[in-house]
Write a protein of this length. Structure first.
Ligand code: SAH
Ligand code: SF4
Ligand code: F3S
Length: 534
């Protein structure tokens, strides 16, 4: 049996893709290892969103290249967005790469591996000749549109074999794709180029997938799309050969004007959320990522407000607080419209958490633009913001239109300044919850020992220094009976830590919902006391 090592870079889409690829390969007999040295097939599922993400993958390719040079017989595959963006150029520059597979071709990966293996020494090819293969480019916009009606990728999502022990958070939590690709073309962004045109999955497939996950023990699903609120499915338009509805190209933004609230021909994002909530009652939590600050109707907020198992959490990146920069980014909204939106969210859902992304150092960003971003941050109760330094990406509009003219040192300063400001805002948001009770979906044990346990174990460590191995072993056994800290998330996605009696009760609690009284907080988390486990 050939053993595979699969490493994932980038966003949740990639994590889900890796999970599907792994399930697919396992179902046809491949084994997996978490140690690259034990594998004959090494796959890197890559990200192109910033240069830094690509460099990490390139350094891995370098390491595998050295192993191959020293005579090891390995298959090296690059999957995901870099395979799509860099394409054949990468094959030319990196002779150690045997196969490329873009995100739109992952269903064909077994065939690609097979082809490489058959023509290489791994497959006992007497000549030792190497067949290098590439399947990328299918997410180029035209062919994505053409292939949307083909069911291949859809099959990969539908055929998933969810293994709760390997779930992303090991906490009975799973990602479910609702939309592939993106039609927005923000000027800095590679995603529309690597993931192709927006294609919506049929609602019946999505609901069925949620149902099957719930049956396999999942209690939380996170619906994934680059702009989830643009989800829109027209019924009766496209069917597969066996009469099922097939994935569908996004309709364009005009579709969001005067949205009809009840129209049997269309499933909007609001109706999709309502269907999942109502038709899969076993799901304790339904969340979604990422929301776009435009075209987010009151219909979605009303569905959220009336359905308690939908999480009160919106990740809705603003990117900049300067209207001038937003325009250069082609975001299609103003700061005022963003604020109108977040105010509307909090009016409907006062307990909702809002998080976002910000890019600093976009070309031409002045101190004044940056000040505007700081003012926006002060205006919205963001629980957190991911802050990125602008990274010019090949193939995007921004790299051809603008010089990357904000010096790295200025980007760094702005980045740090925003991190500090966000820490203040985050601290205030989290402190607001002190004294309240929250439901926490427990995800993992933290490395931190509760304070009293820590004191005890360092006393043990001192003893073990003097008495040697026996005393040390004793302290390890004690560790099972010492209090342990666990971490999870509230319905508003606030990270919450609390102590439980010992490691066994911590293990038993993972993947369950605990009632916790909040008695402390920090910029990024709540601290609490366990009341009961559901
Ligand atoms: N679809 C999501 C974001 C996907 S990419 C949305 O529109 O909100 C995730 C984040 O990476 C973006 O929100 C943006 O903040 C950041 N990002 C994308 N391209 C970037 C670039 N070229 N340089 C720096 N940050 C970038
Ligand atoms: Fe990129 Fe903009 Fe699409 Fe988000 S909405 S993936 S930032 S192009
Ligand atoms: Fe990266 Fe592709 Fe996701 S570029 S952020 S892995 S969609």
């Amino acid at each position: 049996m050939k053993t595979v090592y699969l490493e994932t870079f980038g966003c949740q889409m990639n994590e889900l893709d890796s999970e599907l690829v792994r399930g697919h390969l396992e179902s046809i007999g491949y084994g997996f290892t978490s140690r690259p040295d034990d594998a004959q097939i090494l796959l890197f599922n890559t990200c192109s969103v910033r240069e830094h993400a690509e460099s990490k993958a390139y350094s891995r390719l370098g390491i595998v290249g050295k192993r191959k040079k020293s005579g090891e017989e390995l298959v090296l595959g690059v999957l995901g967005c870099m395979a799509e963006r860099d394409g054949v150029d990468m094959l030319r520059r990196y002779p150690q790469v045997d196969l490329l597979c873009g995100p739109g071709e992952l269903d064909k990966l077994p065939m690609l591996i097979d082809n490489v293996a058959r023509t290489s020494s791994l497959g006992d090819d007497p000549t030792g000749e190497h067949g290098r293969v590439a399947l990328a480019g299918s997410t180029s916009r035209r062919s994505a549109a053409l292939s949307a009606t083909k069911d291949d990728l859809e099959t990969l999502d539908l055929a998933r074999a969810f293994d709760p022990d390997r779930a992303t958070s090991a906490a009975r939590s799973a990602y479910v794709r609702i939309t592939r690709g993106c039609n927005k073309f923000c000027t800095y962004c590679v995603v529309p180029h690597t993931r192709g045109a927006e294609v919506h999955r049929p609602p019946d497939s999505i609901v069925e997938e949620c149902r099957r996950l719930a049956r396999a023990g999942v209690i939380e699903v996170t619906l994934l799309g680059q702009t989830v609120n643009h989800y829109r499915y027209h019924h009766g338009v496209a069917l597969t050969i066996d009469g099922r509805e097939s994935p569908q190209i996004g309709p364009g933004l005009t579709a969001f004007r005067n949205e009809p609230l009840e129209d049997d021909d269309v499933t909007t994002f609001a109706r999709l959320l309502a269907r999942i909530h109502d038709e899969v009652p076993e799901l304790a939590r339904i969340r979604f990522l990422t929301s776009y600050p435009r075209d987010f109707g009151d219909d979605v907020l009303a569905v959220m407000a009336s359905r308690p198992r939908i999480c009160r959490y919106l990740h809705v990146p603003v990117q900049s607080g300067s209207n001038r920069i937003l325009k250069l980014m082609n975001r299609g909204y103003t700061v005022e419209e963003y604020l109108e939106f977040t105010d509307r969210v909090l009016a409907h859902l006062p307990d909702a958490s809002i998080a976002g992304d910000i890019i600093v150092g976009f070309p031409t960003e002045t101190d004044e633009d940056f000040e505007a971003t700081k003012s926006l941050l002060r205006r919205v109760p963001f629980k957190n913001n991911f802050i990125f330094k602008y990274s010019p990406r090949p193939g995007t509009a921004a790299i051809s239109r603008f010089d990357d003219d904000v010096p790295e040192a200025v980007k760094k300063l702005r980045n740090n300044e925003l991190l500090a400001l966000q820490a203040e805002i985050g601290a205030a948001v989290h402190a607001n919850w002190i004294g309240r009770e929250v439901d926490v979906l427990v995800e993992r044990k933290t490395n931190r020992r509760p304070a009293d346990a820590h004191q005890r174990s360092s006393a043990d460590a001192r003893v073990s220094l003097g008495v040697g191995l026996t005393a040390h072993r004793g302290s390890e056994a004690d560790a099972r009976t010492e209090p342990v800290q666990v971490s999870g998330r509230t319905k508003g996605d606030l990270i919450t830590v609390f102590d439980v009696a010992d490691a066994d009760s911590a293990d038993a609690m993972i993947g369950r919902i605990a009632r916790v009284k909040v008695d402390g907080s920090g910029p990024l988390l709540l601290r609490g006391r366990l009341l009961e486990t559901g």
